[in-house]
Design a protein around this ligand. Structure first.
Ligand SMILES: Cc1cc2nc3c(=O)[nH]c(=O)nc-3n(C[C@H](O)[C@H](O)[C@H](O)COP(=O)(O)OP(=O)(O)OC[C@H]3O[C@@H](n4cnc5c(N)ncnc54)[C@H](O)[C@@H]3O)c2cc1C
Length: 413
């Protein structure tokens, strides 16, 4: 990372990434590590994004995503902060029928890993600082974007300009870059919010993730580093969320226990609670002239399956493959065939996952008796069919479909 950056008034690079969230920062580090000069811009100061009050979420990282993060050099920086997910237990309210995934049914590798988002952000911040060929400009506000056959150019509030061959929008659901390109989105809300909290507990979680489907939505208890800490993602009807957020800690924990039971022993809250409105959003197209969009800027899905970031990381790994390929053959990094390949590769996969999470949420977030019977039988059926169960486990591990090279443990390109 160049120190003199803030003084520069004109910067030239290969790729400009707008947004230094989990997907944007991973992309920027991965591109620079593969010899593609990159400038990343974010409106937030990097240090703010690692404070405990910024983002209380933890992410389930699918096994294939872990392989890709290893490939760009992030995993060694964060591995000590992760917890392996060895089992997943899915149940429908109080029904005795359930679905149980055990990593040992497929081999030695865990199903995935849990990591607190701020730990991943800290790791990415450290990686951006040690990656040659990557410049970070933050906090900074982009005031103008221009794209043409000649190149892409952004102008910042202080008058500084950055020009590059390709612009990448990684600026999240409300992406200003996507909007400026006139790319439409299809979206709808779920009338649900996710309440996110971290708890300490006296009984070890043993690396088991739990998902309990309740009429208001899924309630996930996700194992964090050390055995006695978990992340809660409690999906609740929008109209009730404020009242649960306002509860004192003990009453809040009693409400949690009423929903999921007391299998973790005595519990206490760690840090603040957070809430996130939930909705589905898909961009009509992922590319335009000299532009590609990745992560939540391209797709926002329900967290029911813990796959939103994993899809973003697949976008990142696919784009790195395509851009490294273009560089190797001396092509323009924004050549139309490359952008078309990116769009074909990632949009269908993301739409499929968006559709699946939407259906799952509609099927499970209710108390309609015929649906309850149907889904409980479904869970029990999958649980009793080893081959089908293994297929679902491979999906959860991100090992199905046309994987980019980084996700297969190979050098990109
Ligand atoms: C409750 C919950 C739980 C989840 N759990 C999981 C999980 O377990 N596993 C999983 O895979 N996914 C999960 N997800 C999804 C995951 O959190 C998101 O998909 C992911 O964080 C999106 O990252 P991103 O970098 O694409 O976007 P963002 O995190 O939104 O980052 C966008 C970045 O762009 C910057 N920015 C925005 N506008 C501008 C601008 N105009 N100029 C400059 N910079 C700008 C922002 O400051 C920010 O840094 C969960 C989501 C929720 C809501």
């Amino acid at each position: 990372m160049r120190e003199s950056l803030c003084m520069a008034k004109k910067l030239e690079t290969d790729v400009i990434v707008i947004g230094a969230g989990l997907t944007g920062a991973t992309l920027a580090c991965g591109l620079a590590a593969n010899g593609i000069q990159t400038v990343m811009v974010d409106r937030a100061a990097p240090e703010d994004s690692i404070s405990p009050s910024f983002d209380g979420r933890a992410s389930a990282i699918a096994y294939s995503s872990k392989v890709a993060l290893d490939g760009i050099g992030l995993w060694p920086l964060v591995a000590g902060k992760t917890e392996a997910i060895r089992e997943i237990r899915v149940s429908d309210g109080a029904s005795p029928l359930f679905l149980h995934y055990n990593h040992a049914d497929l081999g030695d590798n865990p199903l995935g890993y849990m990591i607190e988002n701020r730990d991943m952000r800290s790791g990415l911040l450290a990686l951006t600082k040690q990656t040659a060929g990557l410049d970070v400009i933050a906090p900074a506000e982009v005031t103008a974007i221009a794209r043409s056959n000649e190149g892409a150019k952004i102008t910042l509030r202080d008058g500084q300009t950055v020009t590059g061959r390709l612009l990448v929008a990684a600026d999240g659901r409300t992406s200003m870059t996507r909007q400026a390109a006139g790319i439409a989105v299809i979206d709808w809300g779920y009338n649900q919010h996710a309440i996110v909290a971290t708890i300490d507990h006296t009984v070890s979680h043993q690396g088991i993730a739990h998902e309990r489907f309740l009429p208001s939505g899924p309630f996930a208890i996700l194992p964090l580093k050390g055995g006695h800490r978990s992340s809660l993602v409690w999906t609740e009807r929008k109209s009730l969320v404020e009242s649960f957020m306002a509860l004192d800690d003990n009453t809040f924990l009693a409400e949690v226990s009423e929903r999921v039971g007391g299998f973790l022993g005595d519990t206490s809250l760690v840090g603040p609670r957070f809430q996130h409105p939930l909705g589905l959003q898909v961009a009509a197209t992922y590319t335009a002239e000299r532009l590609a969009i990745v992560g939540d800027a391209a797709h926002g899905i329900h967290p029911i399956a813990g796959q939103g970031l994993n899809l973003g990381l697949r976008d990142v790994a696919a784009l790195i493959d395509i851009l490294v390929d273009a560089k190797r053959y001396g092509l323009d990094l924004a050549h139309s065939a490359g952008l078309e390949r990116y769009q074909r590769w990632r949009r269908a996969d993301n739409l499929l996952m968006a559709g699946m999470t939407d259906i799952l949420n509609r099927l499970f977030s209710n108390d309609v008796p015929p649906l309850r019977v149907m889904r409980d039988l479904g869970l029990a059926t999958v649980n009793s069919l080893p081959t089908l169960k293994k297929t679902f486990m491979r999906h959860a591990m991100g090992q199905v479909g046309d994987l980019p090279k980084l996700m297969r443990g190979e050098a990109p390109g």
